[in-house]
Write a protein that binds this ligand. Structure first.
Ligand SMILES: *Cc1c(COP(=O)(O)O)cnc(C)c1O
Length: 381
């Protein structure tokens, strides 16, 4: 069994993907070919946002979002303490101070009550200026934007939606990547919509932000003039070949993959609901299931189960074994940890992500769930 079956996906899409790649090779327009703009238009339309600006990867997308917002030393950026390192890394890279906030035990996403407390604490301390909330749509589930938007409005903060894992998710039919003032995603192969290398995108409704993003993506160019550089930028473009591959994969994602992966999650839910703590999807929310993450009783039970599943050739992952505030890189950097990080720390001990992808069969799910049931019943006895 594969954790993510990219080989199977390729076998199914092979003809279209091979044709798309050959087409780019024949034209040899490797940088900024027309497929890039076409893809950007399709992505913006799917998400329901005015502008999509593709780029080199999801980390650059976050860095560019913070550049547009003018984030710098002395600014405070609120980040969930339970996420992939890149979310916080982009903040420190901008020389602002990340403030790590605890997450909700059930959704794994930023805890809005603790977020508001952290903002209040930052204001009363007075050293840093609160500027941005980076909310993460962890494991495919959008964060609670109804509450987060209220908080952002109350304190006059911008929202950057890190939807690297969230593409395809939605809240009341509004799609992920539309919830931030600026939203970002990643096309890393294992993300819900992946290419065959690194890739990413930034989304916004704001015309000025979009112009700025298109400029800094290519060395701060002036409109279409590549050799008039009006600001410092970076070199972060999505390759034409990756765009061509994503055109094929986006169609499969919209036509059936997103529905298929939700079907797999339902099979897991039904089979595991009385056995382990299954993922929560609140009313009105829809996940794109970047991960299917269950919670066990404690670290011993989790580690033991992981070992048993491995013996049966069922791959699992621990997302994440360490909170951001516990990362070695942050030992000597300027960071602030919010008062209570107990949930994020506890999650690192009890979470286990099971194989999930659109091509997983009901039989595969049954094999894994039978082992989980068996082991956990044994450990109770
Ligand atoms: C993967 C990921 C990123 C970074 O994306 P890359 O394309 O690998 O640079 C950022 N944030 C989160 C939450 C991620 O999962």
């Amino acid at each position: 069994m594969q954790f993510k079956d990219l080989k199977k996906q390729y076998q199914i899409l092979k003809k279209d993907i091979d044709n798309a790649i050959s087409f780019v090779l024949d034209k040899s327009n490797y940088i900024s070919g027309r497929q890039v703009v076409e893809l950007e238009n399709s992505l913006a339309e799917y998400v329901g946002v005015k502008h999509c600006i593709t780029c080199g990867n999801g980390t650059d997308a976050l860095t560019m979002a913070l550049m547009v917002l003018g984030i710098k030393k002395g600014d405070a950026v609120f980040v969930p303490n339970f996420t992939f390192f890149a979310t916080a890394e982009a903040v420190s890279f901008s020389r602002a101070t990340p403030i790590f906030v605890d997450v909700d035990e059930d959704t794994f996403n930023i805890d809005s009550q603790k977020l508001e407390m952290a903002i209040e604490d930052t204001l009363s301390e007075g050293r840093l200026i609160p500027k941005v909330i980076i909310s993460v749509d962890l494991f495919g589930l959008p964060a609670d934007y109804i509450k987060i938007r209220k908080i952002a409005n109350k304190y006059n903060l911008k929202i950057v939606e890190d939807a690297a894992q969230g593409f395809g998710g939605s809240i009341n039919s509004k799609r992920a990547c539309c919830f931030g003032d600026i939203s970002t995603t990643s096309f890393f192969p294992a993300k819900p919509l992946g290419c065959y290398g690194d890739g990413g995108a930034v989304f916004t409704d704001n015309d000025d932000y979009a112009d700025y993003l298109r400029s800094i993506r290519v060395h701060g160019k002036n409109g279409s003039d590549l050799y008039d550089n009006i600001r410092l930028g970076m070199n972060s473009r999505l390759d034409t070949i990756q765009a061509a591959i994503l055109q094929v994969k986006l169609k499969a994602f919209i036509d059936y993959e997103l529905k298929a992966v939700n079907r797999v999650a339902k099979w897991y839910d039904q089979r595991l609901k009385n056995i382990v703590d299954i993922p929560t999807v609140p009313q009105g929310f829809y996940s794109s299931w970047a991960q299917y993450t269950v919670k066990l009783k404690n670290k011993e039970q989790r580690d033991e189960l992981k070992k048993n599943l491995k013996t049966a050739d069922i791959p699992t992952m621990i997302y994440y074994p360490k909170t951001i505030s516990d990362q070695t890189a942050y030992k000597d950097l300027d960071v602030i940890t919010a008062r209570d990080l107990s949930i994020s720390k506890k999650l690192c001990e009890v979470v286990l992500s099971l194989p999930i992808h659109p091509y997983l069969t009901e039989e595969d799910v049954e094999v894994g769930c039978a082992i989980i049931e068996n082991r956990l019943l044994c450990s109770i006895l």
